[in-house]
Design a protein around this ligand. Structure first.
Ligand code: SF4
Length: 217
């Protein structure tokens, strides 16, 4: 059977989610994009290399808003949104400066990320997010660098100092952005107390989320 048209935006709970790219600097063991065959609860998130422009994203978001308003605009798809940093910031800027009306300027804009943006771009990008991204959720998963490598499986050249770069990203975000969570996928081998303590030291709140197993979880 032919896959449905790729979804650039899709709904989940009270948010509109934006699938900006399928590129990712990690191959996390818990990622469901392969087992779910690029489907996410009925949306085909396989962009086939055709990453959308900010204008396309905002046009689709306006259509969705007209159909039913949403509470959050979330960069989160089968790929790492910050691989398209400029496109992501352009979308957010259009919302925040009123060029995406009827989307309200006050609409909460969230980034779900693996936190490797500073490593990928070779600079501290967090100041560029200020005033545009209201909330960041970083999938850090562990306080143990070796376990991070095993869980996140970063691609070269981001493996060697990736973990430290992610912690740096979180620390910077905690200083400059309104809301920062570090998340972990539930796993009996993760020391949750150490993870929470690390999050606190980095200035972030903690969220433990269930592992997705089958579509519909
Ligand atoms: S960061 Fe997200 S898209 Fe990339 S491999 Fe991990 S879970 Fe999958």
């Amino acid at each position: 059977m032919e896959s449905p048209k790729p979804s650039i935006v899709y709904r989940y709970k009270n948010g509109l989610y934006v699938n900006l790219t399928n590129r990712c600097p990690t191959a996390c063991v818990f990622c469901v994009k392969n087992t779910w065959k690029m489907d996410y609860r009925g949306s085909n998130l396989n962009l086939g290399g055709a990453d959308p422009s900010p204008a396309e994203v905002i046009a689709l978001a306006k259509e969705e808003w007209a159909a039913a308003p949403f509470e959050e605009f979330v960069f989160c798809g089968y790929g790492e949104p910050t691989m398209r940093l400029e496109a992501m910031l352009t979308c957010a800027r259009m919302i925040k400066n009123g060029r995406a009306a009827p989307l309200p300027r006050a609409l909460k804009v969230r980034l779900n990320t693996n936190g490797l943006a500073n490593a990928v771009w070779g600079r501290n990008v967090v100041p560029e997010l200020k005033g545009l991204i209201d909330s960041v959720h970083v999938s850090l998963n562990t306080a143990d660098p070796a376990q991070w490598l095993a869980l996140m499986r970063p691609l070269e050249p981001w493996a060697s100092d990736g973990y430290e770069k992610v912690k740096e990203f979180i620390r910077e975000a905690s200083l400059l952005l309104p809301e920062i969570f570090v998340t972990a996928v539930e796993d009996k081998d993760i020391d949750t107390e150490k993870f929470k303590a690390l999050a606190e030291r980095l200035g972030a709140e903690t969220r433990i989320r269930p592992r997705l197993e089958a579509p519909g979880d």
